[in-house]
Design a protein around this ligand. Structure first.
Ligand SMILES: [Cu+2]
Length: 186
């Protein structure tokens, strides 16, 4: 009599191998996947659309999906929570000396009404690492005037004491603000 066992057994091991491959793939995807922050300008207004969380070490890409000819360029600038302008007065003064939007322009090498000379502006360790303030440089990228530009680098913050929230601001539209919770890396 012919046994069907070997065939059933090999079918099962093929399924198990496929499952193992899937598990490995999804584990890989959760580590290597890039998170994206979009800069948008549509009927919902000018805004960042950002993921709620990223894993430390993950690549964070910034993509400008708005039209610079219509709304101007943007920056994605890491700043301390306390540096985010909140009041109407703070927004109004943001691009004046000793305020955060002007400070960000200086990180980018802007003198007076001159052009951006440094892009990205880097501070601290490599990657998206450092939130700046009026007294300390932070990490920042300027989109430029061309549509559809993007920039990416890994998130590299200190999560040794647990998850850590990063805050960011557009120096050109101070109402564009956001935050992402950075989870400790595997
Ligand atoms: Cu902007």
């Amino acid at each position: 009599m012919k046994s069907t066992r070997p065939r059933a057994g090999s079918a099962r091991s093929a399924i198990l191998a496929a499952l193992a491959a899937l598990v490995a793939l999804s584990a890989f995807a959760s580590v290597a996947s890039a998170a994206t922050v979009y800069m948008k300008a549509d009927k919902k207004g000018l805004r960042f659309e950002a993921p709620k969380t990223v894993v430390n070490g993950e690549t964070l890409e910034i993509v400008n999906q708005s039209n610079p000819k219509k709304v101007g360029p943007h920056t994605f600038s890491m700043v301390t929570k306390a540096s985010l302008p909140k009041t109407p007065k703070a927004h109004q003064l943001c691009f004046t000396p000793k305020h955060i939007c002007k400070a960000i322009a200086i990180w980018h090498g802007v003198k007076g009404n001159g052009p951006v000379k440094i892009n990205p502006a880097k501070a601290g360790p490599d990657g998206w690492s450092t939130m700046g303030s009026v007294t300390a440089k932070g990490d920042s990228w300027f989109t430029g005037e061309k549509p559809g530009t993007s920039f990416e680098q890994p998130v590299n913050v200190d999560t040794s004491a647990g998850a850590s929230r990063i805050y960011f601001l557009c120096a050109i539209h101070s109402g564009m603000q956001g935050s992402i919770n950075v989870l400790p890396g595997g």
